[in-house]
Design a protein around this ligand. Structure first.
Ligand SMILES: CC(C)(COP(=O)(O)OP(=O)(O)OC[C@H]1O[C@@H](n2cnc3c(N)ncnc32)[C@H](O)[C@@H]1OP(=O)(O)O)[C@@H](O)C(=O)NCCC(=O)NCCSC(=O)C[C@H](O)C(=O)O
Ligand SMILES: [Mg+2]
Length: 275
């Protein structure tokens, strides 16, 4: 399945929770953590109990086990239908062990602390991990970084974590764009995240879904080039050659493997969108 767009929905926001059911993001992150005020934690947790799984697959972001609410969140998961658990502020594989020992759902890790980035290789190879989500807000704070449209201060953390995720074969989701009233910045951040190799982007508002879905899916030109690369390489092989040339660029086996992945993603997106 595609992971182009993962929308945070504060579980304490009943209006947003109702809205989320009909949104076309690839996944939801039902948040019990930082988007929920301390006074609203118990009610937010209760709001998830007995939810049905209408709409996009949902991860539940729990509070850390080092907080007053983490234990109760884990206990509540027994009554919460979800596709997985998103663990915040993961700093080591043992942080995942503590959750894995108490829930049998797939785990995702927020990489949003300096320790988490430095331990990314060990975290990403955890046997229960399905993916990582970048927490660029917490990371920027921990770095003492200034906000920049080019996200230069965050690049080392983003690329280090992405390398670890790709090496471990798990999904990697880029951080949020806070600029709700700046669609150009959102577009640029999506393009940057896609260019780097992320699978998708985490979002904070439904208005951001379209940009992420567009950026992280192959476009018509990429689909056409993938098909032509596969065909040209097969023709070269039939003539006993190991290399083809398409649009003035060489095409070797690795390019064909990428082309097949491109077509597979395009098919998964088309299937999800009922095309
Ligand atoms: C930022 C918001 C508080 C703005 O909410 P609101 O003022 O209600 O926005 P709108 O009036 O434009 O809403 C229009 C409709 O859309 C619904 N809505 C808004 N946001 C969401 C959402 N996230 N999910 C689902 N639906 C949403 C409204 O209810 C309106 O619905 P309707 O009237 O029925 O049409 C709000 O967007 C918000 O709370 N966003 C989420 C913020 C959040 O989750 N933050 C935590 C994640 S960011 C982070 O820190 C990640 C990581 O940890 C890190 O460190 O980086
Ligand atoms: Mg955070």
């Amino acid at each position: 399945m595609p992971f182009r767009s993962m929308l945070y929905v504060p579980a304490s926001n009943a209006r947003a929770m109702r809205k989320a059911v009909d949104l076309d993001c690839d996944a939801l992150i039902l948040d019990l953590e930082d988007a929920v005020a301390p006074a609203a934690k118990a009610a937010a947790r209760a709001a998830l109990a007995g939810r049905d799984e209408t709409g996009s697959p949902a991860l539940v972001r729990i509070n850390g086990l080092d907080t007053p609410w983490g234990d109760a969140d884990l206990a509540a998961l027994a009554d919460i239908a979800c596709a997985g658990v998103l663990v915040p502020k993961v700093g080591s594989p043992t942080d995942l062990d503590a959750v894995a020992a108490r829930v049998d759902r797939p785990l995702w890790a927020m990489i949003e602390t300096l320790a988490g980035v430095l331990a990314a290789a060990g975290i990403c190879t955890h046997p229960r991990l399905e993916g990582v989500v970048m927490g660029t807000n917490d990371l920027a704070r921990a770095l003492g970084a200034r906000d920049r449209p080019d996200r230069m201060p965050l690049m080392a953390a983003l690329q280090t974590t992405l390398l670890a995720a790709r090496a471990a074969g798990v999904r990697a989701i880029d951080g949020v764009c806070n600029a709700l009233d700046d669609p150009e910045r959102m577009r640029a951040e999506c393009a940057q995240g896609r260019d780097m190799g992320f699978d998708g982007k985490s979002l904070i508002h439904p208005a951001q879904i379209a940009a992420a879905n567009a950026a992280f899916a192959p476009d018509a030109a990429e689909i056409d080039r993938a098909r032509r690369r596969i065909a040209a390489y097969q023709a070269a092989q039939d003539e006993g050659q190991g290399v083809a040339v398409v649009d003035g660029e060489i095409v070797e086996a690795l390019h064909v493997a990428t082309a097949r992945e491109t077509l597979a993603l395009a098919e998964a997106v088309a299937a999800k969108e009922g095309r």
